[in-house]
Design a protein around this ligand. Structure first.
Ligand code: PBG
Length: 323
């Protein structure tokens, strides 16, 4: 009787490499960075060990690090000096992200600079847009977001990444960019972004926790898959170049289904809570950090992601180079 022996192809590392179905490379990774006005800051974020608040005057150093690691891109989040009702710091030409984009482009013009387009770090109430009573008003917020995206493009951003989940924002941003001659600026849309407890550490890092209520009236219900496909379809119809699923680990089925249905480049965001859980367990010696991280990144690729936004990017690039 014929015995099937799948183990035959697992016998040596060379055999395993030859038949490997999915690979992670540094080219697939994007490194998120928090930039502040604080002079010469490089302050570790308590809830995200190994991640830092970086002063805008030192952001060039991070750009050098990211480029030296062989990563193609970084994603910027801004921590403004002051907040107000409308989050006006987000579209200030002298805002922290706008300054950082110019500094990075001056240091490393070849590095792709992606900016997070949202208002929650900039509003006094911590919601992702303009309030009307205690709800976020969709269409006025979309106008503000277009201003944010435009100010990032003027500063030199290669890609803008709206993370607010307002309806119609991709179309509005695309037409605002095109009107001003920024037709080559890419839109990476957080298309299927869930209302998730996995953002906890980020909200501490970015000081963006909502002052009241939660984000469930604009971010998606974690129970829904079909709705995610509709969100992705809408963003593609509105002109998104790359669509993203967020968070990652608990949503690999969403990544898989999006890959099956759509041909557009697909990104996944390995969010702060996913990162901090790994760091906390590794610090206790309960898991092997390198092994866990490379396994998780591989899982994103296997599920169908083309690119991965991850706070592990610098470490992972080093581990991948070491082989
Ligand atoms: C802003 C934004 C958030 C994240 C990315 N952009 C927070 C939120 O929606 O509350 C989360 C990133 C992370 O957890 O790593 N809207």
């Amino acid at each position: 009787m014929l015995v099937h022996r799948p183990r035959r192809l697992r016998r040596t590392e060379k055999l395993r490499l030859l038949v490997r179905e999915n690979r992670v490379t540094p080219n697939d990774l994007v490194y998120p960075v928090f930039v502040t006005h604080e002079k010469s800051a490089r302050r570790e974020i308590t809830s995200m060990p190994g991640c830092f608040h970086v002063g805008v005057d030192r952001i060039g150093e991070v750009a050098e690090q990211v480029a030296a690691a062989g990563l193609p891109a970084l994603l910027l989040f801004g921590i403004p000096a002051a907040k107000d009702e409308l989050g006006s710091g987000a579209y200030d030409e002298q805002g922290v992200v706008q300054q950082a984009v110019r500094a990075i482009k001056a240091a490393r013009s070849d590095l792709l600079v992606i900016t997070d387009v949202c208002l929650c770090e900039y509003t006094s109430h911590g919601h992702c847009g303009q309030l009307k009573g205690d709800t976020v008003a969709n269409d006025p917020t979309v106008s503000l977001l277009s201003r944010v995206a435009l100010s990032h493009a003027r500063a030199g951003a290669d890609m803008v990444a709206p993370s607010d989940m307002m309806d119609g924002r991709v179309a509005a941003i695309r037409s605002a960019l095109d009107r001003e001659g920024f037709e080559d600026v890419v839109i990476l849309s957080y298309a299927a972004k869930y209302a998730s407890a996995f953002y906890g550490p980020f909200r501490e890092a970015a000081g963006s926790a909502p002052a009241f209520g939660d984000r469930r009236s604009y971010q998606m219900d974690p129970a829904n898959l079909r709705e995610a496909m509709r969100e992705i379809q809408l963003d593609l119809d509105e002109g998104a170049d790359i669509v993203m699923v967020k968070p990652g680990l608990a949503y690999l089925d969403v990544v898989r289904e999006a890959r099956r249905r759509f041909d557009a480049p697909l990104a996944v965001y390995n969010v702060s809570g996913e990162y901090s859980m790994v760091k906390a367990a590794a610090a206790q010696g309960w898991v092997d950090e390198r092994g866990i991280v490379l396994e998780l990144l591989t899982a994103f690729k296997r599920a169908g992601a083309d690119l991965i936004l991850t706070y592990h990017a610098l470490d992972a690039a080093r581990w991948l180079r070491e082989g």
